[in-house]
Design a protein around this ligand. Structure first.
Ligand SMILES: C[S@@+](CC[C@H](N)C(=O)[O-])C[C@H]1O[C@@H](n2cnc3c(N)ncnc32)[C@H](O)[C@@H]1O
Length: 419
């Protein structure tokens, strides 16, 4: 009787897994729930149910199921890595690191954990540790994994060793998987940056042939004239922020819009050499964004730890920024990092800041290109503001890897445009 129950459970799990593999998420989730009705601590069903929730955009529920899976089987590696990856995607990098390290203690050569932790450490401003993890991942990776690890590694290499070394890493990625779309776009961008237009076009036609690449091809069209005009091709977000601050030479305000757990703001504070201000609801995005419900990226209302010299302003930008500006009269914007994803949020920031935006102000945007619909979010907010407030701007740097652009305002009040 008992073994019959177990067999039924195995059959149910197999059926749910088949539905999952076939892309029928609802049927898979129902199947995993049926397994859990029999055995509430089945670690596989808990793990896979967590994944279905993730795939359906229910990140809170996904996290809860994955935590239950880890609780049911504390030494299990797949659920631990899935939980770490979810935490990472939500920006909770410290928690992600803890889970990756625990998974790696059990499975030291787990390539996904090594690679993803490398990415997390990159975003935590720990490039040397990140490179060591990528190198270790490469020693154990299969072809698909090699393509991904080389792609991630190349961004650090670009920042630290320059474009020739980065191009070698990208070509390794493409040698492993020639249809890796982001690597193909980056190969095109690297070719554009050294003036090899024909090579860039060859990469772009291969990108077009790989299918489903419209946002990347549109991004390439936008990149082409800016790279030809000398915009710097940047790698990681953190290096892009350092580059931007280095070129922001005015005396004035240093600001970030979209702080979340504070990783980019701490990197800005470490390099700004002056007080900085960070703005966020800390309860997540106030509106829906590309299929995600409002509230994505919430820290649960908790303000992250910040070093001395950083002031956090909790609430909607439109409500907190005017008061902060009033407390600092006559100070222009030296540098602002706009990392709030939504058109409306970026538009609010630029509208309230506009009187303080002057020639020499440097603005960085973190979701400027690459994403599906990129022309509708921060990109459009910037172009609408440039038209409305008659800003002429230059693109100083751009990172397809980080989806980031760094722009300098060159003139205000004349003909608008981005040159
Ligand atoms: C992608 S996260 C920022 C990531 C952050 N820079 C980092 O280093 O991890 C976007 C953030 O923008 C915030 N946000 C978006 N629109 C906002 C608004 N109108 N007012 C306040 N915060 C907003 C969200 O709460 C979210 O934390």
């Amino acid at each position: 009787m008992r073994s019959e129950t177990i067999n039924q459970g195995v059959d149910r799990l197999d059926t749910a897994l088949r539905a999952h593999r076939d892309g029928d998420i609802a049927a898979a989730a129902a199947g995993y729930r049926a397994v859990l009705a029999e055995n509430p601590a089945d670690p596989d069903a808990l793990n896979f149910l967590g994944l279905t929730q993730r795939q359906s955009g229910h990140v809170g529920s996904a996290r809860a199921w994955l935590e239950r899976a880890c609780h049911a089987c504390p030494e299990g590696v797949p659920a631990r890595v899935n939980l770490a990856t979810l935490c990472q995607d939500l920006g909770d990098l410290e928690t992600a690191e803890r889970h990756y390290r625990r998974a790696l203690a059990r499975a030291p050569n787990a390539v996904a954990a090594l690679n993803n932790l490398g990415n997390a450490l990159t975003d935590m401003d720990r490039p040397v540790e990140a490179l060591a993890l990528f190198d270790k991942a490469l020693a154990h990776a299969g072809a698909d994994e090699r393509a991904e690890v080389h792609y991630n590694r190349h961004a650090l290499v670009l920042d630290r060793e320059g474009p020739a070394a980065a191009e070698a890493a990208i070509m390794e990625s493409l040698a492993a998987v020639p249809t890796h779309r982001l690597a193909r776009l980056q190969a095109a961008a690297l070719a554009m940056a050294r003036g090899a237009q024909a090579e860039a076009e060859e990469h772009l036609s291969r990108l077009a042939a790989s299918g489903d690449a419209a946002p990347l091809l549109d991004s390439a069209v936008w990149l082409r004239p800016h790279l030809a005009a000398g915009a710097r091709l940047l790698g990681t977000t953190i290096a892009g922020l350092a580059f931007a601050l280095d070129r922001a030479r005015l005396s004035g305000l240093v600001l970030e819009f979209g702080v979340r757990f504070g990783h980019s703001l701490r990197a800005i504070a470490a390099r700004a050499g002056q007080p900085v201000h960070g703005f966020d609801t800390f309860t997540g995005l106030p509106g829906a964004w590309h299929g995600h419900a409002p509230g994505l990226y919430s820290t649960g209302g908790r303000l992250p730890w910040m070093p001395d010299g950083v002031t956090l302003h909790a609430g909607l930008f439109a409500e907190t920024l005017p008061g902060m500006l009033a407390a600092h009269p006559d100070q222009p914007v030296r540098f602002a990092n706009v990392d709030c994803d939504l058109y409306d949020s970026a538009a609010d920031v630029l509208r309230v800041l506009a009187p303080r935006v002057v020639p020499g102000s440097v603005l960085a945007f973190d979701e400027f290109l690459i994403n599906p619909g990129w022309q509708e979010d921060e990109f459009r907010a910037f172009h609408d503001a440039a038209a409305r407030y008659r800003w002429r701007a230059s693109v100083l740097g751009v990172s397809p890897f980080a989806k980031q652009a760094v722009l300098r305002i060159d003139a205000v009040g004349g003909a608008a445009g981005v040159g």
